[in-house]
Write a protein that binds this ligand. Structure first.
Ligand code: ASP
Length: 442
């Protein structure tokens, strides 16, 4: 079978002509690179990312921002003919002026405009570099919401068929069409998912995700100055860290490649051919790499219950958790002692801040003899690594390191697979905890 690599370039990879030429060199450097997925142009010439501009255009019908965006494109591709930009501008103006769609389906109208950034970027790459433009209508069938569409499984066959020829194709990420032929978009950052789905459908040898960083850092650069880049990590490790606040790839983008065991290479467009981070199914432990990273996520709250005899009451756990289900609150962790327990959850959920009185009173109603407290302002520090499993004494060492740094633990928790350990700390201690763990274990 033909070996194919799928490359996705983020918006920050294209803000001037040198960037376009750089991509050409990258693609030509490896004959397996056959499919290029692009996001909309990023910030350039003092203008915001194209997708942000387009969202404003759709909301405010602000034609000026649409003109600025096309003006930006003219500056990025100075060697292309004027008429190419004029034609593309006309397509966008037609969409903006589609009053019929705006009235009958405002969400479809907004999607048709929001999606244009990717279309523009892919078509201009096609003109500038000679790669064949493939419209998402030829590859994908979407379903669901106009701003959070889902890719239907029949897309796989379409992708295999359309991208079978031995040439370089360029595909706009982020958008597709539903069964009524209307444009819909994935949620924000969705080009990662477009690339991943294509990689999976073509059984690619690798999914290369080109961005503006050198890979995935072992800790947030907001907390640690110049953190080291992780060379290799597993799908499970990235999941643990991403869940806890690492923003690396679009959340749903992991799934299609993970299912087929296709490696993801997160790497820099600007520092090519330097290698970035390989995300793989499994990796060899070498001793010093048992832990790959530490993440911190603030914004947790808890309802603590203390009630004499709680441990002996059959069904009380179900009653307490039922209050959270009724209030549509998703739970992050549950910790228990003797006759006390703590239910921990994100303070902001379902787009609003959880009303502490309401949930506290509801829990009180099922534990009338107990004390129920609402606690605020803490977060979770997550230490992730395949090498935690069966590593005798590692949890004790991490806890000693946290204690030596003056960090008090509200709770700690480890799932049965031992792939990560979670420490609940007060928000004021979050950064100290990350710094201490990074210094001693990474
Ligand atoms: N351009 C879209 C966004 O900014 C999609 C993407 O970049 O992946 O969210």
């Amino acid at each position: 079978m033909k070996k194919i690599s799928v490359c996705k370039f983020g918006g920050s990879s294209t803000s001037c002509w040198e960037d376009v030429e750089r991509k050409k060199k990258i693609i030509e450097d490896d004959i397996t690179r056959k499919v290029v997925v692009v996001s909309a142009h990023g910030k350039a010439y003092d203008l915001d990312k194209d997708t942000n501009l387009l969202i404003d255009v759709a909301r405010e019908k602000d034609i000026k921002k649409a003109n600025f965006m096309i003006g930006k494109a003219r500056m990025i591709y100075p060697y292309l003919e004027e008429k190419i930009f004029d034609e593309l501008e006309d397509v966008l103006l037609d969409r903006i002026n589609n009053e019929n769609l705006k009235t009958n389906s405002p969400l479809a109208y907004a999607a048709s405009i929001r999606a244009f950034g990717e279309e523009l970027c892919a078509k201009l790459h096609s003109k500038a570099l000679g790669w064949e433009y493939v419209d998402p209508s030829e590859l994908f069938v979407f379903d669901g919401d106009f701003d959070n569409a889902k890719i239907l499984p029949e897309s796989e066959t379409k992708i295999k068929k359309r991208l079978s020829e031995d040439k370089v194709f360029v595909v706009p990420g982020y958008f597709g069409y539903n069964k009524d032929g209307l444009i819909a978009t994935l949620n924000r950052g969705g080009s990662d998912l477009t690339g991943s789905y294509i990689a999976s459908s073509l059984d690619a040898i690798v999914y290369e995700n080109f961005t503006d960083t050198n890979g995935i850092a072992a800790a947030s650069p907001k907390i640690i100055k110049d953190p080291k880049i992780i060379e290799e990590m597993t799908y499970e490790e990235i999941r643990s860290l991403a869940y806890s606040g690492f923003s690396v790839l679009h959340e749903e983008a992991m799934m299609p490649v993970t299912e087929k065991g296709i490696p993801i290479h997160v790497r820099s467009t600007f520092d090519y051919p330097r290698k970035g981070t390989m995300i793989v199914e499994d990796r060899k432990l070498k001793g010093e790499n048992s832990i790959v990273g530490v993440a911190y996520k603030p914004g947790l709250a808890a309802v603590d219950i203390d009630c004499f005899g709680l441990n002996d009451q059959v069904g009380i756990g179900e009653k307490i958790l039922g209050q959270f289900r009724e209030s549509n609150i998703s739970i992050e962790y549950i910790t228990t002692g003797i006759d006390d327990m703590s239910i921990i959850f994100k303070k902001n959920q379902n787009s609003y801040e959880i009303n502490n009185n309401e949930i506290t009173n509801k829990v009180k109603s099922v534990v009338p003899n107990g004390k129920v407290f609402f606690q605020n302002k803490f977060g979770s520090v997550v230490v992730a690594g395949k090498g935690l499993k069966g590593n005798l004494g590692i949890a004790a060492k991490i806890q000693t390191c946290l204690a030596d740094s003056g960090v008090n633990l509200k709770f700690f928790s480890q799932g049965p697979s031992e792939r990560c350990i979670v420490y609940g700390v007060e928000e004021k201690d979050g950064e100290t905890a990350v710094k201490a763990i990074y210094k001693n274990f990474l």
